[in-house]
Design a protein around this ligand. Structure first.
Ligand code: NAI
Length: 332
């Protein structure tokens, strides 16, 4: 069966890691027809927006997409394409597996957790205004509907992935109404899903505990902002942003992408680590039901890492992005 997949190369290191990802997926012999659509900086002049309608239309048609990172300028300018996409397609669950790979140097050797981040609201609702130049405010939106939906998703996913425990992270001691509602909804859903253990942790304490004993955590459920921040922290536990994949999941549409951004500091040098994108591709293959191809890539990647001869500079080697991808292909 041919799968039609939208591919967005993205900005910065995006095109480099996406070419590598596509080469590995194609080499696994899965039948994919790629529809390549551009978004981000390079289309702004022509379309007046980094997220033209054809991008959304293509993903709605194909139902599955994989994307490179897209730059969001700090301060004034366009809204984040990433946030825009997630909201336009109602991709409410952001799933980020974080695990230790033998061969990747890090301080821990047994991290294996999954972050489930609410993806549509919180401070990312984008409702901000200035009061002259003396003050500004951002509104944090937390709804019962979205909080229940993401908690239900986390329990369902935990069961499917044979996970034993969910920890919900919040700051309900200070934001009693907004984070309080997120926590309350998670607790209510936990009451209906007693086969999975459940606890909660305040976000500041969680940051410390993740650095001290990350191996103790299984599934971590978070509102949007804490999920964004702790995703990078967790990437740091297992070798950095170059190795952590992700998926944005909605009811019938999914967009796969690495946790990292467009990395302007290394863009154009062909030294970016493509592992995070390739593993996002592996998640996509499983979503498409292509388990055998996904397993083959996973095994080949683990072998390349264990051998440790061909690795990118962020992991201490000197391989170029495509050399790494070609080494995986040789091991498929
Ligand atoms: P970043 O993730 O792009 O980079 C942070 C650091 O990690 C940099 O030193 C970079 O060189 C390194 N790094 C990231 N990915 C790497 C890889 N694959 N291999 C080796 N090193 C890697 O974060 P930053 O600098 O905060 O953001 C840059 C731009 O990306 C911003 O415009 C931001 O808004 C955007 N961004 C986009 C995302 C997306 O499209 N989903 C996600 C995160 C940020």
């Amino acid at each position: 069966m041919t799968h039609c997949v939208t591919l967005i190369p993205g900005d910065g290191i995006g095109p480099e890691v996406m070419i590598a990802t596509r080469a590995v997926i194609d080499a696994s012999e899965v039948d994919i027809s790629w529809e390549i659509v551009e978004a981000g900086r390079k289309v702004i002049d022509e379309f007046g927006t980094p997220l033209p309608n054809y991008v959304i239309d293509s993903i709605k048609k194909n139902k599955v997409a994989i994307k490179g990172p897209i730059t969001t300028p700090i301060g004034e300018g366009f809204r984040s394409v990433n946030v825009g996409l997630r909201q336009a397609l109602n991709l409410y669950a952001n799933v980020r597996p974080v695990k230790t790979y033998a061969g990747i140097k890090s301080r821990y050797d047994d991290v294996n957790l999954i972050i489930v981040r609410e993806n549509t609201e919180d401070l990312y609702a984008g409702i901000e205004h200035s009061i002259g130049d003396v003050a500004a405010e951002s509104i944090k939106i937390i709804t019962r509907a979205a909080s229940e939906r993401i908690a239900e998703f986390a329990f369902k996913m935990a069961r499917k992935e044979d996970r034993k425990r969910i920890t919900v992270v919040h700051k309900a001691n200070i934001m009693k109404l907004s984070d309080g509602l997120f926590l309350k909804c998670a607790k209510e859903v936990a009451e209906r899903n007693k086969d999975i253990q459940f606890d909660d942790m305040i976000v500041d304490a969680m940051s410390m505990k993740l650095v001290q004993n990350p191996e103790k955590y299984d599934v971590i459920l978070m509102p949007n902002l804490y999920g964004d921040i702790l995703s990078d922290l967790c990437a740091g536990l297992v070798g950095g942003l170059g190795v952590v994949p992700g998926a944005n999941i909605g009811d019938d549409v999914a967009v796969f992408e690495a946790v990292h951004g467009s990395a302007p500091d290394i863009a154009g040098k062909n030294i970016a680590n493509p592992i995070a994108s390739i593993l996002s591709g592996v998640m996509m293959l499983r979503y498409l039901g292509e388990y055998e191809a996904a397993d083959r890539i996973d095994i080949a990647l683990a072998k390349v890492l264990e051998e440790g001869k061909v690795i990118t500079s962020d992991l201490g080697g000197n391989a170029k992005t495509m050399e790494f991808a070609e080494e995986i292909i040789r091991n498929l």
